[in-house]
Design a binder for this molecule. Structure first.
Ligand code: AMP
Length: 388
């Protein structure tokens, strides 16, 4: 697989697939980390006097009403500010306007194409890797750099499609992500996996793949209740993934000393910051209560497990991170890992957002939650396979 540094880029028309899928609220970008992470590759191409054509998706496009709120115009502005340089924005994903703008590019100029998923409105052309679309985008450039780790686990026209047609390589961000994750192939031990988030179903592949490698898997978040119910506990109104109960049961029977479950829970009666909450032992949850975070005893126990860890990988928050009252355990464990300089890899939007203030201290915070999960499941990533 080629890296950006393996390509002769001087003066060429370079297509770069970036991941500009940033969170936007009330018309404002709330976190521009992904844009910042793309700068190294863009600046490298600027140094090589390339004509730069950037592609990215933003959100999902299912109907016409999704178009305007997912326009990349807002990203073009932010990118221009970060680079201190004009970014030409073309409000088209194909057509004469785009082709003329590409033709008019001078060396060292940057053009951003409209959201690649605008093509999904017409038969999901981007997301189903429509052959003709990939070929068309490839025709706009001389070489292709895939620097969008967030979509590397998908075969889309803007990554696999383009790469199937012209000389291609990975960019600096994808290289950084892969380097960090590769330490998990033979992790320094003790190796501990922390898993939270809503559903067991989404993490079955990760659990199956990591259970033999990991010394412990510490379970939190909504997932914990499916495990607890499978052990016969009454979890009240807590979220339970009924289809996964047998799987949880099997894992606990096979690996009773590896799967670690909470012993206390922060419960309330409604999914809200407003309703009163209390800490309860897992044997005491009543039928009208739901657990929205793990409790302080559990945090203490999990810290003990983590104390000697040499490698930690963490996916999914340990409580409902959207509600300020239930962020506590996630924040505490994160701080513990940072304070104790434990080599930690974070994957997944919520947990990476939670670690925003520790950017320099955390070993690696991935820009791609889904991609990291599939990597951890041991799956092949189509965006990379095509480059091999
Ligand atoms: P995931 O995308 O699977 O990592 O899940 C993240 C989601 O899990 C977040 O939206 C959290 O609100 C949710 N979550 C975490 N803990 C709980 C819980 N105890 N009950 C319900 N949802 C939870």
């Amino acid at each position: 697989m080629k890296k950006i540094t393996d390509l002769k880029l001087d003066g060429k028309k370079v297509l770069i697939r970036c991941d500009f899928n940033v969170p936007i609220k009330n018309g404002k970008i709330v976190d521009d980390n992904r844009i910042k992470e793309s700068l190294k590759t863009i600046n490298y191409c600027l140094d090589k006097h390339c004509k730069i054509i950037l592609l990215s998706h933003l959100g999902r496009i299912k109907e016409k009403a999704d178009l305007e709120k997912n326009s990349l115009a807002i990203v073009a502005k932010r990118l221009s500010k970060l680079l201190n340089k004009e970014v030409i924005f073309v409000d088209q994903t194909r057509g004469e306007k785009l082709e003329k703008a590409v033709e008019a590019l001078s060396e060292g100029e940057i053009l951003l194409v409209q959201n690649t998923r605008y093509e999904d409105l017409d038969g999901k052309k981007e997301s189903s890797n429509n052959k003709e679309l990939g070929k068309y985008w490839a025709s706009l450039g001389d070489v292709f750099i895939n620097d969008a780790f967030g979509t590397i686990h998908r075969a889309h026209a803007s990554n696999v499609g383009i790469a199937s047609n012209i000389e291609s390589a990975i960019g600096f961000l994808v290289e950084k992500e892969l380097n960090a994750l590769s330490c998990l192939n033979s992790p320094e031990k003790p190796f501990i996996v922390v898993l939270g988030g809503a559903k067991v179903k989404d993490k079955i592949g990760v659990i199956k793949n990591l259970i033999t490698k990991a010394d412990y898997i510490l379970i939190g978040g909504g997932m914990a209740f499916t495990f607890l119910q499978s052990e016969g506990y009454d979890v009240g109104n807590s979220i339970v993934d009924h289809d996964s109960i047998d799987f949880c049961n099997e894992m606990i029977s096979k690996y009773p000393n590896k799967i670690v479950l909470p012993v206390d829970i922060n419960v309330t009666s409604e999914y809200s910051n407003e309703t009163p909450n209390q800490i309860k032992d897992i044997t005491e949850i009543s039928s009208d209560e739901m657990g929205l975070d793990i409790g302080p005893k559990t945090v203490k126990i999990y810290k003990k497990y983590l104390k000697n860890a040499k490698t930690v990988v963490w996916n999914g928050p340990l409580g409902v991170y959207e509600l300020s009252k239930y962020k506590k355990s996630t924040k505490q464990i994160l701080k513990y890992l940072v304070d104790n300089h434990i080599k930690t890899i974070l994957g997944g939007g919520d947990i990476v957002a939670a670690a925003k203030n520790y950017k320099d201290e955390i070993y690696h915070a991935s820009t791609g939650g889904g991609a990291t999960l599939e990597y951890l499941e041991g799956k092949k990533l189509p965006g990379l396979e095509v480059l091999k």
